[in-house]
Design a binder for this molecule. Structure first.
Ligand SMILES: [Zn+2]
Ligand SMILES: [Zn+2]
Length: 216
């Protein structure tokens, strides 16, 4: 079962995209859980950046999450944000992938090649290895790649069939209205991710969400 199916009631009230000081965030697991609890956020998912060999102690990251679960009154999930590689795999070790509650995928540095983008998107969605697509549309917008309507619909139908959720990312304000509509029509589940990197990001979460919620 996907994490967002298990916690379906928190798909848009919970926070599904958070980074900590283990990578490029500035706050600790503990600080973020405390602040989330005080703000009444019911769920927080730590989707930390990874590579096949992370340059930080991933076990320590999981240990901090376990400790926080005993301290704070909200649902706390472990996760990773893994980047898609040109061969269609994810840049994450299998053991790490299996150890987390909520793995998500993203396009970061990737060749500006539409065929490769479309093909790897297929591979990743059908592999069943990720529960959601993080900041969908940032890569294609940045590189000027456009999917034709039938291609977009094909991807959305695959996401629905393989139960891959689409993140509404309030940091990058993606997806756009046309992608959100295609997702809705195909029955793709939506999760709310703010790409939190600091306590300030967490505090501004609702204000940012209000810009995106008309898409739902
Ligand atoms: Zn990202
Ligand atoms: Zn992120």
């Amino acid at each position: 079962m996907r994490a967002w199916e298990r916690h379906a009631e928190h798909r848009t009230s919970g926070e599904w995209h958070v980074h900590t000081s283990f990578t490029d965030g500035t706050a600790t697991v503990d600080e973020l859980c405390g602040a989330a609890e005080r703000s009444g956020i019911p769920l927080i998912a730590f989707t930390e950046h990874v590579r096949r060999s992370p340059d930080y102690d991933f076990r320590a990251f999981l240990d901090q999450i376990d400790l926080a679960r005993g301290r704070y009154g909200l649902t706390i999930l472990s996760g990773v944000e893994a980047k898609v590689l040109p061969d269609g795999s994810l840049d994450v070790d299998d053991d790490i992938l299996a150890s987390v509650d909520y793995p998500i995928f993203a396009y970061h540095s990737f060749p500006a090649d539409k065929e490769l983008f479309f093909g790897t998107l297929h591979d990743v969605i059908t592999s069943g290895r990720a529960h959601a697509w993080a900041h969908p549309g940032t890569f294609s917008t940045r590189t000027g790649i456009t999917l034709a309507e039938d291609e977009l619909n094909e991807i959305m139908e695959l996401m629905a069939r393989y139960r891959v959720a689409m993140e509404i990312n309030t940091k990058y304000l993606t997806p756009d209205a046309s992608w959100a509509r295609a997702a809705r029509e195909a029955g793709v589940a939506i999760v709310r991710g703010s790409d939190i990197h600091s306590l300030k990001d967490l505090a501004e979460r609702d204000e940012r969400w209000s810009k995106m919620s008309p898409l739902l």
